[in-house]
Ligand binder design. Structure first.
Ligand SMILES: Cc1cc2nc3c(=O)[nH]c(=O)nc-3n(C[C@H](O)[C@H](O)[C@H](O)COP(=O)(O)OP(=O)(O)OC[C@H]3O[C@@H](n4cnc5c(N)ncnc54)[C@H](O)[C@@H]3O)c2cc1C
Length: 380
């Protein structure tokens, strides 16, 4: 495994870093306050091609490798996590079902508009009674001639308020458990689809989550992604990608927090000397730097495996588990190093401390990652 990034990815990382520093960092707190990313910034993100990172080139995307995606996610996470979430919901979990299993006609019609950011996709799996146990979902899809009729309710769907397309997971036969799950591409204006109001949440103010109700939505059979019963495997494949993206993002966020901690520890004077001169503070910096490097290594290893076409489920889960927990520890130390200032609104540590918390919850909680990793070990 080569630990050096290929030249083109190094340059891509530098380009995104410059964009983040120039355009995203100055408005990071504004996004938090207004719970919205300004349209002009979304346009700049579109112009840079960020909406189409992993969409294949033949459909107008950049067709980046897993490694390339990780480089961009790390950089995009240095200002406010909402910028990454906006991008990755659309051209990660919100479009990969279509990339992996959509019919050529469906792909031809929708991937270019997703890649350009003209249209937005989202991923609707979670239900009130089915979170970690996704296979127990209750949304049904009943075949009726050349169509399916979908009934059910989804909760906490990121970007549902602005999405044009929904990758909806439903079951064609509940008695089959995970083998009944089937994915559908559902357009927003489908009669029977309604999006509820956005739910208030602890952090990530800048992107929103909402309920999605499907009350007798009729979709053509051609909107099915893959075969009946392929949905669970498809969801797991999409989530492998999402977990790696979260892992890379955790590294970028932790790196940014470390830089802020170092700067504060150098300049904040108490008892007549910079607080960095206290071993208690210096060790927090040392532990954070060490854990960030270890985390980055896990991201690279998982991406490398994925790019070689190897099965990388365990490695994506290991990367997500370690990196999200590492970032939580670093954010906690950052609050400590900043002292009372780290608890005040408007401080970078305070915002990341809240925003990063969800990385241990969604796209599989830490406990579910441990389940995936241990099952893979035990089953060989
Ligand atoms: C901000 C936000 C955005 C989200 N966006 C989306 C989205 O876009 N699309 C989407 O489909 N979903 C989304 N979700 C939902 C998210 O994926 C789920 O919240 C997550 O999968 C966990 O499910 P749950 O909340 O029902 O927790 P539960 O499954 O109820 O788990 C509760 C606790 O029990 C533990 N637990 C459960 N089963 C086991 C077990 N077998 N062994 C050990 N411990 C276990 C869990 O780890 C957790 O600690 C989002 C959630 C949030 C908070």
């Amino acid at each position: 495994m080569d630990l050096e990034l290929p030249e083109e990815l190094r340059l891509l990382g530098q380009t995104v870093r410059r964009f983040v520093t120039r355009e995203l960092d100055p408005i990071a707190d504004q996004v938090e306050r207004e719970n919205r990313i300004p349209e002009s910034v979304l346009r700049s993100m579109r112009d840079l091609g960020l909406y189409g990172l992993v969409i294949p080139k033949e459909h107008g995307g950049l067709g980046l490798s897993a490694l390339g995606m990780c480089v961009v996610m790390e950089e995009l996470s240095r200002a406010n996590l909402c910028f990454r979430i906006m991008i990755t919901t659309n051209n990660g979990i919100g479009s990969l079902g279509l990339v992996y299993a959509g019919s050529p006609e469906l792909q031809r019609r929708h991937l270019p508009e997703l890649a350009s950011g003209e249209k937005i996709g989202c991923f609707a799996l979670t239900e009130p009674e089915a979170g970690s146990d996704a296979a127990s979902l209750r949304t049904t899809a009943t075949r009726d001639g050349g169509e399916y009729v979908i009934h059910g309710a989804k909760i906490w769907i990121t970007n549902a308020d602005i999405a044009d397309y929904f990758t909806v997971m439903a079951t064609v036969d509940r008695s089959l458990g995970s083998r009944g799950l089937t994915a559908f591409w559902v357009e927003r204006d489908t009669p029977g689809l309604t999006v509820g109001r956005s739910e208030p949440k602890m952090g990530l103010h800048g992107t929103r989550v909402a309920e999605v109700l499907l009350d007798g939505c009729r979709v053509p059979a051609s909107a099915r992604l893959g075969e009946e019963g392929d949905g669970f495997k498809l969801a797991m494949r999409v989530l492998d990608h999402g977990r790696l993206s979260i892992a890379a993002s955790s590294v970028g966020a932790a790196q940014r927090l470390l830089e802020a901690m170092v700067e504060h520890a150098r300049t904040r004077v108490q008892f007549g000397r910079p607080i960095a001169e206290n071993q208690a503070i210096a060790w927090m910096l040392a532990d954070s730097a060490t854990e960030i490097e270890a985390a980055r290594g896990l991201v690279l290893a998982a991406a490398w495996k994925k790019d070689r076409g190897e099965r990388a489920t365990r490695h994506c889960s290991m990367a997500k588990l370690y990196c999200s927990e590492m970032a939580g520890r670093v954010a906690d130390r950052a609050v400590q190093v900043f002292g009372g200032m780290g608890y005040m609104s408007g401080n970078i540590a305070e915002r990341y401390y809240r925003d990063l918390r969800v990385y241990r919850l969604y796209e599989g909680t830490s406990e579910i990652q441990r389940l995936v990793i241990s099952r893979d070990l035990l089953e060989g």
